[in-house]
Design a protein around this ligand. Structure first.
Ligand code: PLP
Length: 397
């Protein structure tokens, strides 16, 4: 799936890597590393970073970003699925891995435990499965406590039974105890303090019977708000990718993904001419309309029809007409000298203008996380580093 090139000549190198359509997402690996450094600097004494690389690193590419996670800066990688963890192991990633999602059988527990994975235990049933598997092997678990989100994790009323199970299972090792915040990204939030108090109380109950482990609570929102307790780990996802406009002390986080395409059709339409499916846009003047080889099959949301903007020659151009599966039309009448083949930025910066994931999220009724995750596998990822470029595309081997 990966082709390598040492050339800095884009067109030639990209063609050699099998990229035919001029639509791809550039992933700036050096920006990712700078974000990791900025976040690590933000942590209090004794605290360490767990890099959350689930869902293919929020669409950025988990294997490639995991290679940029040095053990000096990153204590652990967290993913949701056992499949995601196995993909990382298969690619030679040897940092400890935390599995956030549910693991459904003793066989799966055995598979994970044999590959230096800590299994997040999200229910009493899962604890029983892990305990059964631990008769034959050491099983490292992270006990997930539900401190108030109401989604997964052990609740206060589950603790006594869990304590009994752990006491009877010498092969079961509680490596960590953690919880997840429901609202830490909201600056007006008051619920996180309640969750912290609930978590501390539940941790106290476990401590009384000698169950201890590393603690972690904070996600990106809590980390950026300075809510990481000294000595605790922080599980950070979205901030690694430079989204959610989070300010880290004096150093700003940088967007890692830049999604670009090129104009493949440029023409002048007379006033009163419809554009695209459903005639939802009609020119009100003689207009320069450009067509882009990207569509909702690539994750460019159809809700951006007649609403989104893109960058051409460093200026904003509106999406006109409906976004179709493979094509998007934009109005460049007000931008001088636009040419066939010009670069168009859908997400990221061009010149001094930027289309942020937050902007697209606001227009499409979602959050930046989903904007990144939606950039589909049809869009090749081009990994940029100071001295080389690597392409990952589902069309090349
Ligand atoms: C996804 C996830 C995170 C990371 O959240 P961000 O808001 O992206 O920092 C942390 N912890 C758990 C349990 C998660 O599922």
């Amino acid at each position: 799936m990966t082709a390598k090139s040492r050339s800095t000549d884009d067109a030639g190198a990209l063609a050699a890597a099998g990229l035919l359509r001029p639509t791809w997402a550039d992933i700036d690996l050096d920006a990712f590393s700078r974000n990791v450094d900025a976040i690590v600097r933000r942590l209090p004494a004794g605290s360490r970073l767990i890099a959350v690389l689930k869902a293919d690193a929020y669409g950025h590419g988990a294997v490639e970003l995991a290679r940029r996670c040095s053990p000096e800066r990153v204590a652990m990688i967290a993913v949701a699925l056992l499949e995601e963890a196995l993909e990382l192991r298969g690619a030679g990633i040897d940092l400890p891995i935390l599995l956030l999602g549910s693991v459904g059988s003793a066989d799966q527990v055995a598979l994970a435990a044999g590959q230096d994975m800590t299994i997040g235990v999200t229910s009493p049933e899962m604890l029983e499965i892990a305990a059964a598997s631990s008769r034959d092997r050491r099983v490292g678990i992270a006990l997930k406590l539900d401190s108030g989100m109401g989604r997964v994790g052990l609740r206060e009323g589950d603790l006594q039974q869990a304590i009994g199970t752990i006491a009877r299972s010498p092969g079961l090792h509680v490596d960590a105890i953690y919880t997840h915040f429901a609202n830490a990204g909201d600056p007006r939030d008051a619920y996180t303090e309640t969750q912290i108090a609930n978590f501390r109380r539940m941790v106290g109950v476990l401590r009384e019977v000698g169950i201890e482990g590393k603690l972690h609570e904070a996600n990106s929102g809590a980390t950026m708000r300075g809510l990481v307790a000294p000595g605790e780990l922080a599980r950070v996802g979205i901030a690694l990718y430079g989204a959610e406009a989070l300010d880290v002390g004096h150093s700003k986080l940088e967007p890692v993904m830049r999604w670009r395409t090129e104009i493949v059709r440029l023409k002048t339409l007379p006033a009163g001419h419809p554009v695209g499916y459903g005639e939802t846009f009609r020119t009100t003047r003689e207009s320069r309309i450009a067509t882009l080889p990207v569509g909702y099959a690539d994750g460019y949301n159809r809700l951006l029809s007649n609403r989104g903007e893109v960058l051409v020659r460093g200026r904003r151009a509106p999406v006109v007409g409906r976004v179709s599966m493979d094509l998007v039309t934009i109005d460049v009448t007000d931008i001088a000298d636009v040419q066939f083949g010009d670069e168009v930025v859908l997400l990221g910066s061009q010149g001094s203008e930027t289309i942020s994931a937050e902007e697209i999220a606001a227009l499409t009724g979602t959050i930046s996380y989903e904007v990144f995750c939606n950039v589909s596998a049809r869009v090749p990822r081009v990994y940029r580093e100071a001295d080389r470029m690597t392409v990952r595309s589902r069309f090349t081997s």
